[in-house]
Design a protein around this ligand. Structure first.
Ligand SMILES: O=C(O)CCC(=O)C(=O)O
Ligand SMILES: [Fe+2]
Length: 346
């Protein structure tokens, strides 16, 4: 399947998109909020790790509130150097600039290949194709890297370590905000042997951006996602039935919680539905670091958060590997993977 990058490059003066990329917008598509987007919660990570006890406890409260109200927040003062975020963005851009022939080496057939680049989401089931190319790399527990461009390995290894530290700190805070010990999530979901996956999304300029979709509304299948963008906006998050723009701000991470957090917290923290639009002029890029339980962990609501009388378990447990397989082999469609696990109140 041709990449969007090649499609755009090969068709000079492309004025319309091929029909296979044309989305029919649903008439009940929720409106875009006119709230200033800065109402998205902001978490100051430095207060979590080196604040006074009072600042730390306030930040844990803020984190819990952000997870409960939005499932989505920005993190500032996170300790990942801005120069590294920029280097990572540049290295990913250079990867996509390799020839189609060079990239073909990673056009893996299997959904779980450790390095896989491709287009859309899952071209064997996508009904409409997305205006998106991607590179997906498993970087933990085993680190993988494409061999080109030459600097990619070193930069992505450092980026992997620094974002891992950040995710651990955030997960400790989130664990505390649920009234569980700070290492509860880490231990219950076996995060040390869990996966860390880097997904770079490339959205080349699109001649008919209002008809195409970068990524349709979806929640992330893992536990936590840390995202950076290349200065071009296009991400929206659903909040109280409206879409809110998440503009690209330099030097902050956009963090969202995924389906495993929703299951583990018994629905107290819901995974955020988000989508990505494309635009006519600029190439947009986003880099997401996904953190997941280990493949053999059975994720189920934490017993501490389940009260048989008032708040029974809302999801059936599932082995993470089975969940990921379910998610990757179907269409990307809202929260349909999670819907399979819901236990409806009697
Ligand atoms: O491009 C974006 O901003 C969103 C990417 C995303 O949602 C994903 O990779 O799961
Ligand atoms: Fe996502």
């Amino acid at each position: 399947m041709i990449s969007i990058k090649a499609l755009v490059a090969e068709s000079t003066g492309l004025t319309s998109i091929p029909p296979s990329y044309t989305f029919t917008r649903s008439p009940d598509d929720e409106p875009v909020s006119d709230d200033p987007e800065d109402s998205i919660p902001i978490v100051d990570f430095s207060l979590l790790t080196s604040g006074t006890p009072d600042q730390r406890s306030k930040t844990i409260d803020q984190l819990g509130k952000a997870c409960q109200d939005w499932g989505f927040f920005r993190v500032i003062n996170h300790g990942v150097p801005e120069s590294l975020m920029k280097a990572m963005t540049d290295a990913c851009g250079e990867f996509f600039n390799l020839t189609e022939e060079e990239k073909r080496e990673y056009g893996g057939k299997y959904l779980l290949d450790p390095i896989r680049c491709g287009t859309s989401f899952n071209t064997s089931v996508d009904k409409v194709l997305f205006w998106r190319d991607f590179l997906r790399i498993v970087v933990h527990p085993q680190f993988h890297s494409p061999t080109k461009p030459p600097a990619f390995r070193e930069i992505s290894l450092e980026y992997t370590k620094r974002t891992r530290e950040l995710s651990k700190g955030l997960l400790k805070g989130i664990s505390m905000s649920l009234g569980l010990g700070d290492t509860y999530i880490e231990n219950a979901l076996n995060l040390e042997s869990g996966l860390q996956i880097l997904i770079t999304n490339l959205y080349p300029p699109c001649p008919e951006p209002e008809l195409a979709m970068g990524l349709p509304p979806h929640s992330d299948h893992g536990l936590l996602t840390l995202l950076i963008q290349n200065g071009i906006s296009g991400l929206q998050v659903q909040h109280q039935s409206k879409w809110v723009n998440v503009n690209s701000t330099p030097n902050a991470f956009v963090v969202n919680i995924g389906d495993q957090m929703e299951i583990m917290s018994n629905g107290k923290y819901k995974s955020a539905v988000h989508r990505a639009f494309v635009n006519e002029k600029a190439t947009r890029m986003s880099i997401a670091a996904f953190f997941t339980p280990s493949l053999d962990t059975i994720v189920s609501p934490a017993p501490e958060l389940v009260h048989r009388e008032t708040n029974g378990p809302a999801y059936t447990g599932i082995k993470y590997q089975d969940y990921m397989q379910l998610h990757l082999s179907n269409q990307l469609d809202g929260k349909t993977s999670l819907d399979h696990l819901r236990i409806l109140p009697a």
